[in-house]
Each structure stands twice: as structure tokens, then as C-alpha cells.
Ligand binder design. Structure first.
Ligand SMILES: [Zn+2]
Length: 595
């Protein structure tokens, strides 16, 4: 544990050379004063990802991602603000103010559990080579030796104690092996291997740790799949199968959610490295959030049987709750992705991705089956239910597209559908009115810090506002460190449906901010109402403040360089000055935005 104070961020920025750091992940080529490369956050063939050593920031002109070294590490390594700071501090040997780690013992215990799982995975892997039956099974499913190795597939011998014997010989204690659910306890207190005569799928997290196992039996073994239970290191609801591969190899453009391990592995075997599966349970909210974070386009491709279609419906609802809009890949013929690719090949599957339908279309299609459309009452009821689905689409343009399509397909007038949507909306608004908060006109304030804190408060009110601000502002404009921390972490509020006060409490508990600051934010957020104009003004104020202070620095630098007569650096500084003046001028023409 350590305390982040105001100077700390500067120290990290000074010490961590942004070009060097990003250069470890992206091949950068010099282009004028900046460096360019292929963006690591979206897939592209011509570089639009730029790193500016003089400003210490990166920016992608393709997907809009941008920020400083801390933001980069947060995004690329998928860490929280605090963790990213720790990551950089460790990397660049910046000493943190240490606290005594009271949890040392617990940490060692956890390490031990990971060790046991790793040893077991190695053991299963070795067994596989000795089992013709298991190898044949995997080969028959079309898997190459390379794919098998990639996923560390293994085999658990058909024996009651072979793993138990192996692990205890290595020195691990019975209770610990039991704790990771690799052995079970009999009535007389004797331990025996839990997985016997099964193909083993190690479940590996993003840090390449084996957290649990899935195991498939042969023939009509019951159950077909047996999974590790939840253990201190295996939280099923917060992990997904294939996260390790997604983290290291996939472009993060898209993720396909499939039903099982074999689907994931079979897709990988065919060249698709961006699918995930939940771990023997149905999709959880945490998993949906995780998927949403890891890619821009989310697809669901469950089996096309009845169970799969029902599961798709449930998964859609979970995604929508988290403001993620999935597309649905429909394979047809009752096939799963594994069957489909074997039958029709990769190209056909990629065509299915291209023709994936939106979640709205999926829902309407499913709804249709419940009504007799030849009957006018049936058609009317169907249309009203469909209107309910459309009313849930917040973006009016998007909604209009679906209404139009529906209107022409079923010959119901657009006006009638829209009227009904408005009627539903009025009822919803009546309920919302009860929770409205007071408006405070005197909210725009002048001092540098206050503007930052106030903008931050707005960003906590709604995900759309947060996104709007994030797209409009460079993260480095938040010069107040506490403001910066809260802003960088704020997405959690929306992803986990948190109360602002609970979220801030968490940050206080982790020493990231203090009570005073948290209370200040709570007070402001309780007293403001969304106001686009004020938000735009705040953004401009903060940007202006930042640019002005940068300008002063450059002017001082120019004075110094003139004395030193360093022509190149002087030219660079003059260029920077020109750029800043341009930006300051642009700020005078303020933009408008609505959400
Ligand atoms: Zn990009």
C-alpha cells in the first residue's frame, strides 16, 4: 500500500519515457516531432496512432483513445489507476511510501494455491502424451498439435490417487490440494482424485495463472463436463475461458461469446482468436462488463438449438443492462460453432459474423413466434410488444431505423408505432420525475481546481456524460491528481451500478483519495442537474487553463533556448507555441453537443 500525492504523478511522467514505454508494445516510427505506429486499441493497416514526446501523451486518430503513460498502461494491461501507477513505479524504480503489508501471509497462501494448479496442469499435460485414447479424441475433433499445446490440454488418468500421489510427493499438503478442488474427500476422510479419465482444459486468467479446470469425459460419461468448484482463486462469475489469449493475442476489435470450451478452442484452431466462454455457468453481469471492456464489437454465438436461443435472450438482457449492445450470430440447423466450422469452413463462419443481426432484430424475431400475425388482434398485440422493445433504444436515430424497418415489413404506420412509443415514454417519465434533483445555477466557478472538480462531478452522473467528457478532453488536463484518479476509475460506477458515495468510499479505503475530497464530490453531485452548456463551458475552461500554463512554460523555455543558441530545440519550441496558440484560438468557437 502507498499514498499517491500531488507530486507523484509528475515524477512518474518524468521518469517514464512515453516513447520508450509505448515502444515496448507498438513499433513506433519518427514522424516530425512525433512518433507514429499501428494502434494497439483498434485494428488498422495504416498508422493513426501518434505519440508526442514533448507533450508526453498518445492519441489515436482512428479510435480516439488517448492519454499519458498511466492511461496507456491502464488500457493495455487492463489495470485500475492505482495498479497502473504501481506497475510504472515498479518498472522505473520509483520508491513508493510503503506501508507494512499485513496480508503477507494470505498472499503467500494464494501463491501456493496457484502453484498447485500449475503443477497439476503440467501433470495432466504429460499424461496426455501417454493416452492414445485422449489424443485420438482431440484429433478427431480436428485439433492440431499446436492448438492442443496452446491451450495446455491434458488428461487425467483413470485412477483414484495418481494426481494425489504426484502432488503430495511434490510436498503440497492435502488440505491445500483439497482447497483448489483437485481432490475430494470420502466418507471415511480419505482423499481421492476428483478428475478421473477425462480430457482436461486448464482455465487460465489474464496473468497466465491456472485458476481452475474444465474436464470432459468420454462417450456417455456423466457428467459430460465436470468443472472445478469455486475456490479462493477461482471466481467463476468474474472470469472467462480464453481471457489469456484475448489479452495477449487478439486485436480487441471484437469478441464472440460462445457456449463452451470446445467452441473456443475449435474457433482458435480455425484462426479465430477472439472468442470466450463462461465457465460452466450462464453469463454473469461481471462477465458482461469484462467482455465489454475487452473489445468494441460484441457478438453472441450460442448453439442454435432451443436452449441456446433461450440463453442468447438472457445474455442480451445482461449486456443491455450494462449498456453493451451485442450482435447475434445465427448459425441455424441446430449447429454450434464447432460443428458449423467443420461443416462449412472458416469463410462461411466469417460471413455469418458479417451478417449478424442486432439484438433488437433478434428480440423482435423471437417475439413474432408468440403471435398469430394473420389475425388482426395478433398483429396489433405483436406491434405493441415490438414498440416496447423499440422504446428501450435511447438513441433516437437508431430507434427510427428500427421503427421504419418494422413499419414497412408489417405494414403498420410509423406514426402509430411512434405514438405508442411516446405513450410508453410518458409513463416512464412520470416515474422518473419523483427522483429529480434541484438545479443550481451558480455552478460554474473560476479557479483551476474548482472547474476540474465540478466537471468531474458531472461525469459521475451518467455514463453518456462521462464518455462525452472523456472524448473531449485530454486526461492530462486534470492536473489535480485526485480529480484525475476519480475520473480514470469512474467507469466502475456505471459498470457495476454503484452509488457514487460507495464508489468514493472504496477509493478512500484504498488511500487513493481522502475523506474531504470525497465529501466535496458527494456534495456537488447531489446539487447539480445535467446541463450541456455548463459542461461545455467547464471543458473549455479546463482546457484553456491547461494550455495557458503550458504556453507559459514554453515561453520561458524559448527565452532560455535563445540564450543557449540551440537552434533545433528552439525551432521545436516555436512550433509547440504555434500549436498551442492555434488551439487557444479554436477554443473560442465553442461546440455544442446533445446526448
Ligand atoms: Zn486506435
Amino acid at each position: 500500500m502507498f499514498v499517491i500525492d500531488d507530486n507523484f504523478l509528475d515524477e512518474i511522467r518524468d521518469r517514464a519515457d512515453i516513447v520508450d514505454l509505448i515502444g515496448e508494445y507498438v513499433e513506433l516510427k519518427r514522424s516530425g516531432a512525433n512518433y507514429m505506429g499501428l494502434c494497439p486499441f483498434h485494428s488498422e493497416k495504416t498508422p493513426s496512432f501518434s505519440v508526442s514526446p514533448s507533450k508526453n501523451i498518445f492519441k489515436c486518430f482512428g479510435c480516439g483513445e488517448g492519454g499519458d503513460v498511466i492511461t496507456f498502461v491502464m488500457k493495455r494491461e487492463n489495470l485500475g489507476f492505482r495498479e497502473a501507477v504501481e506497475f510504472l513505479a515498479e518498472k522505473y524504480n520509483i520508491t513508493l511510501r510503503e506501508y507494512r503489508d499485513v496480508n503477507k501471509e494470505a498472499k503467500e497462501k494464494i501463491e501456493m494455491l496457484y502453484d498447485i494448479n500449475r503443477s497439476a496442469a503440467m501433470y495432466f499435460l504429460k499424461n496426455l502424451q501417454k493416452s492414445k485414447k485422449a489424443i485420438d479424441y482431440l484429433k478427431n475433433r480436428g485439433l492440431s498439435a499446436k492448438t492442443m499445446a496452446k491451450y495446455g490440454l491434458g488428461y487425467s488418468e483413470d485412477s483414484w490417487t495418481s494426481l494425489y500421489d504426484y502432488l503430495t510427493k511434490l510436498g503440497y499438503k492435502e488440505e491445500e490440494i483439497y482447497e483448489v478442488n483437485l481432490i475430494s474427500k470420502g466418507k471415511s476422510g480419505n482423499y481421492y482424485d476428483r478428475f478421473r479419465g477425462r480430457v482436461m482444459f486448464p482455465i487460465i486468467n489474464r496473468n497466465n495463472r491456472v485458476i481452475g479446470f474444465g474436464a470432459r469425459g468420454f462417450g456417455d460419461a456423466k457428467p459430460k463436463y465436470l468443472n472445478s468448484r469455486e475456490t479462493p482463486i477461482f471466481n467463476k462469475g468474474k472470469n472467462l475461458f480464453n481471457m489469456n489469449i484475448i489479452s495477449k493475442e487478439s486485436s480487441r476489435e471484437r469478441i464472440i461469446l460462445v457456449e463452451g470450451y470446445m467452441d473456443v478452442i475449435s474457433l482458435y484452431n480455425s484462426g479465430i482468436n477472439y472468442s470466450v466462454a463462461s465457465l460452466g455457468t450462464s453469463l454473469t453481469e461481471d462477465q458482461a462488463v469484462l467482455i465489454g471492456k475487452m473489445a468494441k464489437e460484441i457478438y453472441i454465438c450460442y448453439d442454435s438449438d432451443n436452449a441456446g436461443i433461450n440463453a442468447t435472450s438472457r445474455a442480451i438482457d445482461i449486456f443491455i443492462q450494462k449498456s453493451i449492445k451485442p450482435k447475434i450470430i445465427e448459425l441455424g440447423e441446430g449447429l454450434d460453432p464447432d460443428d458449423f466450422i467443420k461443416k462449412y469452413g472458416l469463410d462461411a463462419f466469417e460471413n455469418k459474423i458479417k451478417s449478424a443481426i442486432s439484438y433488437v432484430e433478434f428480440k423482435v424475431k423471437r417475439l413474432k413466434g408468440n403471435f398469430n400475425l394473420k389475425d388482426s388482434q395478433g398483429l396489433s398485440n405483436f406491434s405493441m410488444e415490438a414498440a416496447k422493445i423499440f422504446s428501450g433504444i435511447i438513441n433516437p436515430i437508431e430507434r427510427d431505423i428500427f421503427v421504419k424497418k418494422f413499419s414497412s415489413e408489417y405494414n403498420i404506420s410509423k406514426e402509430a408505432i411512434n405514438n405508442y412509443i411516446n405513450y410508453i415514454g410518458r409513463n416512464k417519465r412520470k416515474e422518473l420525475k419523483k427522483t429529480k434533483i434541484k438545479i443550481n445555477k451558480n455552478t460554474v466557478v473560476d479557479t483551476k481546481e474548482k472547474a476540474q472538480i465540478e466537471l468531474l462531478s458531472y461525469s459521475l452522473l451518467h455514463r453518456d456524460i462521462y464518455n462525452y467528457i472523456k472524448n473531449k478532453i485530454e486526461i492530462t488536463y486534470f492536473t489535480n491528481i485526485k480529480t484525475r484518479i476519480v475520473f480514470e476509475e469512474a467507469l466502475r460506477i456505471f459498470e457495476n451500478d454503484m452509488e457514487i458515495s460507495d464508489f468514493l468510499k472504496e477509493l478512500v479505503n484504498s488511500n487513493s483519495i481522502d475523506d474531504d475530497f470525497a465529501n466535496k464530490i458527494i456534495k456537488i453531485t447531489g446539487n447539480i442537474e445535467v446541463n450541456n452548456k455548463i459542461i461545455d463551458e467547464l471543458i473549455s475552461t479546463i482546457e484553456r487553463n491547461y494550455l495557458k500554463s503550458e504556453k507559459e512554460k514554453i515561453l520561458k523555455n524559448i527565452e532560455k533556448l535563445q540564450v543557449e543558441k540551440d537552434k533545433n530545440l528552439l525551432l521545436q519550441a516555436l512550433n509547440d507555441l504555434k500549436e498551442i496558440n492555434l488551439k487557444l484560438n479554436e477554443l473560442k468557437e465553442e461546440g455544442k453537443y446533445e446526448w
